[in-house]
Design a protein around this ligand. Sequence first.
Ligand code: 3PG
Length: 408
Amino acid sequence: MKEYNTMDDFDFENKTVLLRVDFNMPLNKDTLEILDTTRIEKVLPTIKELINKNAKIVVLAHQGRQGSWDFAGLEKHALALEKLLGKPVKFIDDIYGKKAQKAIKEMQLSQVIMLDNVRKFDGETEKKTAEEHALTEFVQNLYPLADIFINDAFAAAHRKHCSLIGFTVVLPSAAGRLLEKELTTLSKIVANPEKPSVFLFGGAKFSDVIVTIERLLENKTADKIILTGLPANAFLKAEGINLGDKNEEMLAKEGTTDNYKEIKKLIKRYKNNIYLPSDFAQQANTDRSEINLSDLPTQYNLCDIGEKSIKSFKDILSSAKTVFLSGPCGVFEKPAFMKGTQEIFTYVANSDVFSIVGGGHTVAAVEQLGLDEKISHISTGGGSLERFMMGEKLAVVEALKAAKNKFS
Ligand code: 3PG
């Protein structure tokens, strides 16, 4: 018996369901086209089940954050869902106003509509409790029109945002099929990972990664940590290495002085468990050229790990039994800087380790390399997956547990 309700606990016939999913997609920076639809594909079983059970399905989702380049409306997401589902999905360019309310009231059985980016509502990401979020106009306008709230947004399950936890206070609520599957599979790995376990972090964000690494090493969930991408640059900077103006500028956009203090402490405590690149590939014009760590600073952008690092990271991975990959090793979108990600990911996929991959860009990279069939568990989560692996409680799961008690 689960501590939260699942879709098995409800009868959906003629019920209006608010379905919160995570369709936060990697987008092309120039065209804003969706680059990878994995997160939509993974939610299809939930939506199909609701269609077959004659529910009326109102999809809620977010894309990007206010102020970021990938903050966008969800029209393209609705189209992508329609294509994958093979059924019409009506996009409503409103979240909880008159248009949205009218569309919900007029829904037919088995119809799917998708509302606009919930992060267009300023209160969505405000730091509030579930009870406080439940009092917002967003929740107050929509919940009287619905019967059940389903949360299938595993990738955002660590966030205490309005549309993720607010409805659980006022509506009977359940985990969708994807959330249920992620939690069940990952619980087994967190409880009992095969050792040694190696966690690789890359990508273009690092402030969240610091505490993740600390917790993973403290709990002994991770035995070794390999860093690539921006996290590696941040750790090298904390060690006093000058990476060159362009690279330092990239770091300055994300990191605070406190971040570097935390990293220094972490390196002091765990220097034998954390592995950093010894060389890089830099972008001189459009070409790839290799540079050793000892030859930094450089006037160019560091865009990938170099050949020596690829080799030494493979050596570390060769003795692992569990491997977690989060974030590409370099600027994977540019063919010249794909090499690190391609070689490391292919090596992991072809070995017999239990491999877990998470994060929108990481999953996109795995798919692009045609490695998806060879990875043991492809999670839709990025931040949420890391938190879960660290043993942290997920806000969305806690809210669903509370709803189960409240509405039982
Ligand atoms: C993700 O892609 O990790 C989730 O959608 C959460 O996005 P956020 O980090 O912008 O909250």
